[in-house]
Design a protein around this ligand. Structure first.
Ligand SMILES: [Zn+2]
Ligand SMILES: [Zn+2]
Length: 208
């Protein structure tokens, strides 16, 4: 039976999440609690309490200075609820005999999931969905705190030969603004700054 990554859909020998997306998920789980804490600082100015701000917001009158999107996110505590529901599900799949975990702080649930990632990637069919939701949470929190996920610049398709018949890898090669050493995520061919021009000029499928 062939398997594929639940997030990027690349072929896998086994399991439900590729190594690259597993590493990215681990990094996101580690960052979420900090982003969430940062969000609180963005909403509540140093010299006023949370209750005071709530009152300001519901009063009719001039528009509240509070970022309403930040307020709604905090009010719903959505990140913690989403992450906790994944923890409940992973635990139910892995240890059906255990009782559901009690409510926990976002950081605790992130850490718990982080420690189970090896099992999640290998054995948990919903791993791709979990990784996608955590990625969305990260992007949402980052946009609320004004620190958007850096955009990747597309350099072209990987031109590494993969067989003796002129076939090339074809994976998208892209870089973050400060990234200089790249590795193709499909075939592991390294690309440095000296190769970027080559990538631009020798694209598969384009007439010379
Ligand atoms: Zn993947
Ligand atoms: Zn490649």
């Amino acid at each position: 039976m062939s398997a594929s990554c639940g997030l990027c859909e690349r072929d896998l020998e086994h399991g439900y999440l590729c190594e690259r997306d597993t590493v990215a998920l681990a990094a996101r789980l580690a960052q979420l609690p900090d982003l969430d804490a940062e969000l609180t600082m963005h909403l509540v100015p140093a010299r006023s309490g949370f209750g005071e701000l709530v009152a300001t917001r519901s009063a009719s009158g001039p528009r509240s200075p509070i970022n309403e999107a930040v307020f709604d996110e905090l009010h719903d505590n959505r990140s913690a609820a989403v992450v906790h529901s994944w923890r409940v599900d992973v635990q139910r799949e892995r240890w059906p005999q255990h009782t559901a975990p009690p409510p926990a702080a976002l950081a605790v649930d992130c850490r718990w999931l982080g420690m189970e990632l090896e099992w999640i990637a290998a054995e948990y069919p919903a791993a791709g969905e979990l990784a996608r939701e955590v990625r969305e949470l990260e992007a949402q929190l980052r946009s609320l705190v004004g620190d958007p996920v850096p955009r990747r610049q597309r350099l072209g398709l990987c031109v590494a030969a993969i067989d003796g018949e002129g076939g090339v890898c074809g994976a998208v090669i892209s870089r973050l603004p400060d990234e200089t050493r790249l590795v193709c995520r499909w075939c592991s061919t390294p690309y440095g700054p000296e190769d970027w021009l080559t990538l631009k000029h020798f694209q598969p499928g384009e007439a010379a």
